[in-house]
Design a protein around this ligand. Structure first.
Ligand SMILES: Nc1nc2c(ncn2[C@@H]2O[C@H](COP(=O)(O)OP(=O)(O)OP(=O)(O)O)[C@@H](O)[C@H]2O)c(=O)[nH]1
Ligand SMILES: [Mg+2]
Length: 489
């Protein structure tokens, strides 16, 4: 999919379809040729200079025409043109932006006209950003941040993406760590160079390298062990609604979604498959799954549905275990499910149908389960009673999962260290190499070959970190990072 940057690329930078304005972006060595499609307002014969003398970054009012040959033809549209001279542009190349009216016909006519220019072709998805990366305008973590910003639905996603794309905060974390490792590797090599004097070698390695490597290893491990807040904010906190058939799981999904997303019926076993709804709670993205009711069954389709429900519960960050408040038998045995480490909320639904005696009994059970560390709620999806309380409990849990206690700087750090599985994999690789380095050092203290191997492991560890920002092995990761971009970005 990689094509030469010698070609000039163009694409619609704004969404396709009807809008007030749409922007076509052109980037590459011949980008200024796009100015040949522009002429001063009033036609070719009015005083010249609108296009060719365009000032860097300034919008100029122009007419768009089909090309040099058709100067006397009526214009395609009237709009603005802006020129960003290399290297002061998004891609680092010469960039020209054509701002026209946002209609399908104008967009098509402009794109067709650009297609007639020599060495021009339509951009591939993410190609502008890829060129920006190649020209050193951003590193991979910033490119990922930009992709996240384009995808951001919630406030927390937007904030995190801005931090990644603008401040290069993630890059500086990884670069600091990488430099530390390269420094340590350099000490090892320096010790090797003075190898004849064994004392110097062991002294340097012992004091400087080992302590520093161990400290860094522990720091990185801390980030790996910390809850994956950055990832959670990006992909959303997963909440699974599980319970016996007919307890009101689908009713709860509909109540949370504020619409009839799932079928509700008095027949036990109505929901067979997993149904997902995305919501925003407290500024965070939440994905709620309605699942098939759990019970013994001979029905093959229902069995499949139940298997999926259990899988969903295991994958979820929060499990909402629903039961029918009027029916003790509807409580599921949570211990039988593999839900260790999950946050569990016990919800008793249908509180509207409780007798006074049942209400008292339920309150006792509620107190017991709360004492066991579970969150609890008593609600009625039918009347809406208790739902506000339940939703604020859920919001609190979601916010806790996405943020961290009091130390704000620590919160930012641990949220930013890992925002994608790509980062996690490389961080884990780095820690593995550091462990290997420590093991080498321990196995044969300060012998020349051990030092050499130790330096090698440290460089491998540094390389794993470099992969995150794009300092190494760029070709392997480019397609992964840029594949999610749309055409025109
Ligand atoms: N009285 C009362 N009935 C409710 C309440 N919530 C749900 N129901 C009824 O309970 C029945 C089952 O509701 P569903 O939401 O379909 O239950 P479910 O847990 O999704 O059931 P399955 O998909 O079969 O597992 C329906 O007839 C609902 O109208 C409630 O709060 N009070
Ligand atoms: Mg259902």
């Amino acid at each position: 999919m990689r094509r030469a940057a010698r070609e000039t690329i163009y694409a619609l930078a704004t969404a396709r379809g009807r809008a007030g304005v749409s922007v076509v972006r052109v980037s590459g060595p011949n980008a200024r040729d796009a100015l040949r499609l522009t002429r001063p307002p009033g036609g070719a014969n009015s005083s010249d200079g609108a296009a060719t003398a365009a000032e860097h970054g300034r919008l100029r009012l122009v007419e768009f025409a089909r090309g040099d040959a058709a100067r006397d033809e009526p214009p395609i549209d009237v709009g603005f043109v802006a020129v960003f001279a290399s290297p002061r542009s998004f891609t680092g190349e010469d960039v020209v932006e054509l701002h026209a009216h946002g209609s399908a016909a104008v967009q098509r006519a402009l794109m067709d006209a650009l297609g007639t220019l020599d060495n021009f072709r339509v951009a591939e998805a993410g190609e502008f950003s890829r060129r920006a990366f190649r020209n050193g305008k951003m590193d991979l973590t910033q490119a990922e941040g930009l992709a996240d910003l384009l995808d951001a639905d919630t406030e927390a996603q937007r904030r995190q993406a801005m931090m990644l794309s603008r401040n290069a905060a993630q890059r500086s974390m990884y670069e600091t760590w990488r430099k530390e490792l390269l420094t340590c590797a350099a000490y090892c090599e320096a010790a090797l160079d003075f190898g004849e004097e064994e004392d110097i070698a062991s002294d340097v390695v012992e004091r400087k390298v080992r302590e520093r490597v161990k400290a860094l290893r522990d720091t990185l491990q801390k980030y790996l062990d910390a809850p994956a807040r950055g990832e959670l904010i990006r992909r959303g906190v997963r909440v699974a609604l599980v319970g016996s058939p007919n307890v009101g799981k689908s009713s709860m999904l509909n109540a949370l979604a504020g619409r009839d997303a799932a079928i509700v019926s008095p027949h036990a076993g109505t929901t067979r498959d997993v149904l997902e709804v995305s919501l925003e709670l407290g500024g965070y993205k939440v994905i709620v799954s309605d699942t098939a009711g759990l019970r013994e069954t001979e029905d093959d389709v229902e069995k499949l549905g139940i298997a999926r429900a259990l899988e969903r519960a295991e994958d979820a960050d929060v499990v909402v275990a629903l039961a029918d408040a009027t029916n003790d038998a509807s409580n599921i045995d949570l211990k039988a499910l593999n839900l260790s480490k999950k946050t569990i909320v016990n919800v008793w639904n249908k509180s509207d149908a409780l007798s006074d005696g049942q209400t008292r009994e339920l309150m006792e059970i509620e107190n017991e389960t709360a004492a066991d560390g579970y969150e609890t709620a008593v609600v009625s999806c039918l009347t809406g009673a208790g739902l506000d309380g339940f939703i604020s409990t859920l919001t609190r849990i979601v916010a806790q999962k996405c943020t961290i206690g009091d130390d704000a700087s620590d919160a930012n750090d641990s949220t930013l260290a890992i925002t994608r599985s790509r980062h996690r994999v490389n961080l884990a690789r780095c820690v593995a190499s550091l462990d290997a380095a420590v093991a080498r050092a321990r196995a044969s203290s300060a012998s020349a070959s051990a030092l050499e191997l130790e330096a090698e492991e440290l460089k491998l560890a540094a390389r794993a970190l470099g992969r995150v920002t794009g300092a190494y092995d760029v070709e392997d990761v480019l397609d992964v990072v840029f594949r999610d971009f749309c055409v025109g970005k």
